[in-house]
Design a protein. Structure first.
Length: 314
């Protein structure tokens, strides 16, 4: 086997309470475990934290030269933080882990062991929650709904419960980094690049400290990003709806003409007219909104803005 080195990409946003706990637990497990890695690097990406996250990481860096610290000029989001960390990795294996210890470090050992036993044929090993315990009923319903809708309309199929926590081989990582979309939806990108992969299931673990940075609105926007980024089916559905409405309107128009010729034309009730106008007016706004989402992405991609700006790096 070639020299086996690992980089752990850790996106951080206001994680001052978890940084040292995360580092100590991972370091103790990887250092004292049965796996003998030639080197382990920690790439902390500070996504514009407003707390003491920076100082916590720099304090650790005083005693470990294998820690790399990247700080954004402001909060650009987890997708940008993951991208910056992946770009900074120079090792054969790279792992993405959250700093809140919801991604169990013990599972990383299992991932590496599985990679070694595959004779280096596995290019990606992913963590998947067995169930959605710990999530609210509403969040569970909407999350499962998203995966069903996505897999119905998108050629890139996503598995419910699969997290960003994964081990990535250099071959797969290089392909991931070739995709330079402005609006990144990494869950789909990881599937889109292909390569031989395997999933490891685990039970849900609550955050060690602090609160989740994802609320319902952010998750909803993220879901829309995912659907629009990897599927044009919504645009085709709009066309289909247009044809159906046109056909039904034409049939109804013919009926009105025949009814008028044969039986005269009594003035119908206005409530039905107002209802139809309101219905189709609302439908048009929704459909224009979907089209607008695609146009907005073309507009933003054409400007070719960077995904993030780095304020400090060492």
């Amino acid at each position: 086997m070639n020299k086996l080195e690992l980089s752990i990409v850790i996106p951080c946003f206001n994680e001052e309470e978890n940084v040292k706990k995360f580092y100590d637990e991972v370091k103790s497990l990887m250092g004292g475990g049965s796996l003998k890695l030639d080197n382990i690097y920690f790439i902390f990406v500070d996504d514009g934290s407003s707390d003491n996250t920076k100082n916590e990481i720099l304090e650790l860096k005083k005693y470990d030269n294998n820690i790399k610290y990247i700080r954004f000029s402001r909060n650009f989001g987890k997708e940008s933080a993951m991208l910056a960390g992946l770009r900074a990795s120079r090792t054969t294996l790279t792992c993405i882990m959250d700093c809140d210890l919801q991604d169990p470090p013990q599972l990383l050992i299992e991932m590496i062991d599985k990679y070694i036993k595959s004779n280096e044929t596995l290019k990606m090993i992913t963590a998947k929650r067995r169930n959605r315990s710990g999530d609210s009923v509403l969040r569970t319903i909407f999350s499962e709904g998203f995966y069903k809708i996505n897999n119905l309309i998108s050629p890139v199929k996503l598995e419910s419960g699969v997290r960003d926590f994964r081990l990535i081989h250099r071959d797969a990582l290089d392909s991931i980094l070739e995709i330079n979309e402005y609006h990144r939806f990494s869950k789909a990108i990881f599937e889109f690049v292909g390569f031989k992969k395997e999933v490891i299931e685990y039970d849900y673990i609550d955050r060690e400290s602090g609160n989740s940075k994802w609320n319902f609105l952010k998750l909803f926007v993220y879901a829309v990003e995912g659907i629009v980024s990897f599927s044009t089916i919504p645009l085709k559905i709009i066309t289909l709806i247009g044809f159906v409405i046109f056909a039904l309107s034409s049939i109804y128009g013919i009926y009105i003409i025949i009814d008028t010729i044969l039986f005269g034309n009594d003035v119908k009730g206005y409530p039905s007219i107002v209802t139809l106008i309101s219905f189709f007016g609302g439908l048009q706004i929704i459909l224009l909104g979907i089209i607008g989402e695609y146009i907005a992405r073309i507009y933003e991609q054409s400007k070719n803005r960077p995904h993030y700006f780095i304020e400090y790096e060492e």
